[in-house]
Design a protein around this ligand. Structure first.
Ligand code: 13P
Ligand code: SF4
Length: 334
């Protein structure tokens, strides 16, 4: 059996092609060559490692990445993010090849929910519509009426009739926050992001004492006590804009640490302090799933066009409707 055949055989278990890369190979040059040769586009989320963010053709938050995937005329989409994001790109581009450097790049929010679970919830609330956060798998999207991201959730919920009963899945923290700012009473699925849930109110309080001039900025996936003391709440793209545009010179940033890479590039003179977390291993806020992708796996997935995202066509078509609805409803959002 060849090395490639062996790597393909172990792909379902490992999630990536386990092939040794010859020493001396310049990964950056090789990725650039493959990008041209294969007419590929590299899309990366702000939570990827800095080297991947730097090499991407397009860097963005979940909404911006969904839009970039919708617009591209590349033949191959190389998605540097997590599985549900690559799936979204495939839902929007059935004829294009979509590859993800590591298939095991999952998400605790997406894992907390299933299409079956949504069907059960609908039975209990037959008059409700289902609005799902984009951090969910294709089976959940297929059972949803509208998809939202953290950039457009508030605006989309506000656009719905006030007496409309709504089931919001799967992020209870984002759902609770939207309920609070809109005055709605959405029924919430009990899911959460393990990275944003781990922020420690106590440690952030200490950081605020050390940096009294700093503003606390937080992603709405964080828990209520953190959001209650935050000066600004927004998606990764909004947090980035806020750091660049606000007069303040110091920020405590309560979201996944990967975003600091682009923040430092766009606001090099500002002091950026990652909010501390109760994570037992590193005290930091790193998404282990986002960090499964690396330059080696990126090169291999471009070279061999594996692992590839595939979807059942019936599910894909059902999942496409609520995504298109979101793209239509959020046209005015940056
Ligand atoms: P946004 O990209 O919408 O800010 O969401 C962050 C996130 O958790 C992605 O997994
Ligand atoms: Fe999922 Fe949280 Fe990781 Fe985002 S940061 S991919 S929400 S686990």
């Amino acid at each position: 059996m060849s090395t490639l055949e062996r790597a393909i055989k172990s792909l379902p278990e490992k999630g990536y092609l386990d092939i040794e890369i010859p020493q001396g190979i310049n990964l950056l040059d090789e990725i650039n060559r493959l990008r041209k040769e294969k007419n590929a586009i590299i899309l990366a989320h702000y939570y990827q490692t800095g080297d991947i963010q730097d090499i991407a053709d397009f860097l963005g938050d979940s909404l911006q990445l969904a839009r970039a995937a919708e617009k591209t005329d590349a033949d191959m989409i190389v998605f540097c993010g997590v599985h549900f994001m690559a799936e979204t790109a495939k839902i929007l581009n059935p004829t294009k090849k979509v590859v993800l450097p590591d298939l095991q790049a999952g998400c605790t929010l997406a894992d907390s929910c299933s299409g079956e679970g949504i069907r059960e919830m609908r039975k209990k609330h037959p008059n409700a519509i289902v609005v799902s956060y984009i951090n969910c798998d294709s089976t959940v999207k297929a059972e949803s009426d509208i998809i939202v991201t953290s950039s457009n959730a508030e605006q989309i919920i506000r656009s719905l009739p006030e007496d409309q009963e709504i089931i919001f899945a799967p992020d209870k923290n984002l759902g609770r926050y939207i309920n609070q700012v809109t005055g709605r009473n959405m029924i919430l699925w009990d899911g959460s992001c393990y990275v944003h849930e781990a922020f420690s109110l106590e440690k952030i309080g200490q950081q605020m004492l050390i940096y009294p001039k700093a503003k606390l900025i937080a992603h709405p996936e964080a828990q209520k006590p953190v959001l209650q003391i935050a000066d600004f709440i927004g998606s990764t793209a909004r947090l980035l804009d806020y750091v660049v545009e606000d007069d303040c010179e110091e920020f405590i940033v309560a979201t996944e640490e990967g975003i600091l890479h682009e923040m430092k590039k766009r606001a090099p003179h500002k002091k950026l302090i990652p909010a501390e977390s109760d994570d037992k291993t590193c005290n930091c806020a790193e998404c282990q799933f986002m960090k499964l992708n690396n330059m080696q796996k990126l090169y291999l997935c471009m070279q061999y066009e594996l692992p590839e995202i595939t979807l059942d066509e019936e599910i894909r078509l059902k999942a496409l409707r609520p995504i298109n609805k979101m793209l239509e409803l959020s046209k005015k959002i940056k």
